[in-house]
Design a binder for this molecule. Structure first.
Ligand code: GLN
Ligand code: ZN
Length: 784
């Protein structure tokens, strides 16, 4: 690799004397690791399957890193990050660097290798993996450090310095990136069995001792800049936590001396108090801000910015796929330049580009017009540099007009604007939408029609998706099988699922969703205003990636989307068949969304499309309709001050979807998380007739809501077993769970169902598990 790269001219430019490129101040916070065609995913999975060696994996990784550095260097980026590559997760990398391996993985000393590293990430035959949780409000998941008072921190992974040296050998002087010490601790959790009063921040001195070694190592290797990511600074932190930042950087000051130190924040603006703390940190010479999500930041900077320090201005959006409005960005940058001075302003991305797609060059199916509106990570690098160049007086006279033309075409394109939709959505705002009859009266009306037993049983929607099923869908999409054959196969599958549920004696049936690949994509493909990529993957966790649809225009529904399959399924049984839809908030949160109108507006448009579908299902004789809002919780803004507003329009959008149905039509919703204690009132305000929720991994949490006296009158089905595990839950265990729920909830509102859809399970697991579930419900019914 190195010989190949070293022959390229830019290495001379970078290692030689000051070239014009060096005066351009441009920076990238971080870069996707997966590769343009998910090369890392395939290399990892092949290694995990024992089909390739550690060396093979290292080779793929090194090539990816080299090509990323080369790409940034070629574009002229001045501050190129290193150590943003990861074989699994950057927080796990920090855990390895600190040697903070939980005891169950049997680590004793020495450099942490793949075996320990991947055991922590994925578990092994004898011990489970470490917990994974969402990285702020993104769909990326990090591995949560587990810390207790006895953790021995040692410098156990030299990855940061190794990558710095590796880049240097290729002729690229990089900015090594580390998770900041305070954010590391704030994102950790106390290990199991640790005393309740244990404070994670009490570990700060021990953690800093290792950070000092790492920094010294990087310095010795020749680094002149270092970047600490401290994204927790955008959260609502109390003064005690802010104090930890002050202490940490004061402690590091002498080690950091001689280096330029960037503290990077992202995903929101930094609250005023935290801004004060941040800009007073010892040893720090540069601050990075997200100017896309952080709408207050420019105001804060205007109110005061320490003289002589660098401002890294994140104007290029790292979380979306839209081309930057370069003229608008230049205006902001010009303003900032006036405050901090020309030589102290650095153009940057709003956050790591990890959260956007990799390279537009690989999109073969998008048309040129839509493509001209987009920028993936590779294109964003070019944008950052173009902005920096323009600031230094060397504006690219081809790039800027092309960008302006694309911005204008996006604004005026008839593909984007549908006036009827805009009017309909605008009419919704400011008004309220609620079903006229209250929920208990509705439940009575529905019961008369549905005649369900007490503790009715149901499932969440999907049934196991077999290889055969995926093949049928794939071949139909590729026009390899006829519509007739496709309909026949899917119909047979539905029939199988319906018969199985009747045999199991489930009360409210589902069709099993065999026609769906993904619960958002399926609807996006049938709605106007959506586009799909072929390679627009974004890392979700480990080797897993998602490919979010792009919402580029006003959303409308040209024709019914699910009525054909749902009525076919209903015709196969006398029992109620649930119609199965994805809700507007979930469609929004799992897509790349428009940035030219508020998220709420887009959601209202989707809500209207789903509303039409709900009403068509009702007309077709479907009496129970489930509208999944699996991702409602994850769209919750990071800062408390913004949460009420979000919940308000999100819940309103949900209600719009079903405001037009009869009292006798039963609306279900489903959510994929249980810790909604903080948003329980919003959930009640959704006014669904029945809500099914994930619960089995945290019974106590949910129960506590109701123990605390929250009034809940609608139907509720807290999941009675965990579908993420192949384990078959025994009848007694399920019965026990139901009994616990009965202790806090009225018996006539309780439903019995699994945690979530059964798509990822095998029939060999699903059949016995559901058998036990129905049996448990029957047992308890008899006792009531
Ligand atoms: N109806 C969907 C299913 O069963 C719900 C999936 C989800 O909540 N993530 O697959
Ligand atoms: Zn779910």
């Amino acid at each position: 690799v190195s010989s190949l790269l070293q022959s390229l001219p830019y290495f001379e430019a970078r290692t030689g004397l000051n070239t014009p490129q060096r005066t351009m101040a441009s920076h990238i916070v971080g870069y996707p690791r997966m590769g343009p065609k998910r090369e890392l995913k395939f290399a990892l999975e092949s290694f995990w399957d024992g089909k390739s060696s550690a060396e093979d994996l290292q080779k793929v990784s090194a090539d990816l890193r080299a090509s990323i550095w080369k790409q940034m260097a070629d574009a002229g980026i001045k501050y190129i990050p290193s150590n943003t590559f990861s074989h699994y997760d950057q927080v796990l990398d920090a855990t390895a660097t600190l040697g903070a391996v939980p005891p169950r993985y049997g680590y004793s000393s020495g450099e942490i290798g793949f075996d320990i590293y991947f055991s922590m990430a994925r578990g092994n035959a004898t011990v489970p993996a470490m917990e994974m949780t969402k990285w702020f409000d993104t769909n990326y998941h990090f591995i949560v450090p587990e810390l207790g008072p006895d953790v021995k921190f040692t410098y156990a992974s030299h990855k940061a310095v190794n990558e710095y040296k590796e880049a240097k050998a290729l002729g690229v002087d990089t900015v090594p990136v580390l998770i900041g010490p305070v954010s590391y601790l704030l994102l950790s959790k106390p290990a199991k069995g640790v005393d309740k009063n244990f404070s994670l921040l009490s570990l700060l001195p021990k953690v800093l001792a290792v950070y000092k070694e790492v920094v010294a190592d990087l310095k010795a290797a020749g680094a002149s800049w270092i970047q600490f990511d401290e994204p927790t600074l955008v959260l609502d932190l109390d003064s005690h936590k802010l104090q930890a930042f002050t202490e940490a950087y004061a402690e590091l000051e002498s080690t950091l001396s001689g280096l330029n130190v960037l503290v990077e924040t992202y995903f929101a603006d930094v609250p005023a108090e935290a801004y004060k703390t941040l800009t007073s940190l010892k040893g720090v010479t540069a601050y990075g801000f997200d100017l896309v999500r952080g709408t207050q930041t420019v105001g804060l900077i205007k109110s005061g910015f320490p003289s002589g320090k660098y401002l890294f201005a994140g104007v290029v959006d790292g979380r979306n796929i839209w081309a930057n409005d370069l003229t608008a960005s230049l205006a902001i940058l010009g303003e900032l330049e006036g405050i901090v001075g020309k030589d102290k302003l650095v153009v940057s991305t709003s956050c790591s580009l990890l959260h956007t797609a990799v390279d537009l060059a690989n999109e073969t199916k998008l048309d040129d017009e839509i493509k001209s509106w987009l920028a993936f990570a590779a294109q964003k690098i070019v944008e950052v540099n173009a902005l920096a160049k323009a600031l230094s007086g060397a504006r690219d006279e081809a790039f800027f007009p092309a960008n302006a033309a694309a911005q204008a075409s996006r604004k005026s394109s008839p593909r984007v604007t549908n006036e009827a939709v805009q009017k309909a959505a605008a009419a919704l705002k400011g008004s309220d939408h609620r079903r006229a009859t209250n929920v208990s009266a509705r439940l009575d009306a529905q019961q008369k029609k549905l005649n369900l037993p007490i503790l009715p049983t149901t499932t969440i929607g999907s049934f196991p998706q077999t290889v055969e099923l995926r093949r049928v869908r794939r071949e139909y999409k590729a026009n390899k099988i006829s519509e007739e054959e496709y309909v026949k196969s899917i119909t047979e599958e539905i029939k199988k699922v319906v018969e199985l549920q009747e045999e199991l004696d489930i009360d409210v049936l589902v069709h099993g969703e065999p026609e769906r690949n993904d619960m958002v994509e399926y609807f996006g493909e049938q709605l106007s205003g959506f586009a799909f990529t072929v390679n627009g993957w974004v890392q979700s966790y480990g080797s897993r990636c998602v490919k979010p649809p792009i919402i580029y225009g006003d959303v409308s529904r040209p024709k019914p989307m699910t009525v054909f399959w749902s009525s076919k399924a209903q015709s196969m049984t006398k029992r109620p068949m649930k119609g199965m839809l994805t809700g507007p908030v979930t469609i929004l949160n799992w897509s790349f969304v428009r940035n030219d109108q508020p998220r709420s507006e887009t959601t209202y448009q989707i809500a209207l499309a789903i509303k039409d579908e709900v009403e068509d299902l009702e007309k077709a004789g479907i009496n129970v309709i489930q509208i999944d809002e699996a991702a409602l919780r994850e769209g919750l803004p990071l800062r408390k001050s913004e949460q009420a507003h979000y919940l308000n329009w999100a819940v309103h959008a949900f209600r719009i979807t079903n405001v037009g149905v009869k009292d006798t039509t039963q609306i279900h919703t489903h959510m994929c998380y249980s810790n909604f204690n903080d948003i329980i009132h919003s959930i009640i305000d959704m006014d669904a007739d029945v809500i099914t929720i994930e619960n089995s991994r945290s019974d106590e949490k949910l129960l506590s809501v109701f123990r605390e006296g929250v009034k809940y009158g609608a139907g509720i089905g807290p999941g009675v077993y965990d579908i993420h595990s192949p384990r078959i839950p025994p009848t007694e265990e399920i019965a026990d769970r139901i009994n616990k729920m009965l202790a806090v909830l009225e018996k006539n509102i309780l439903w019995v169902n699994p945690d979530c859809g059964l798509k990822t399970r095998k029939y060999a697991e699903v059949k016995p598990a559901l058998t036990n579930m129905v049996q448990a419900a029957k047992q308890i019914r008899n006792q009531l």
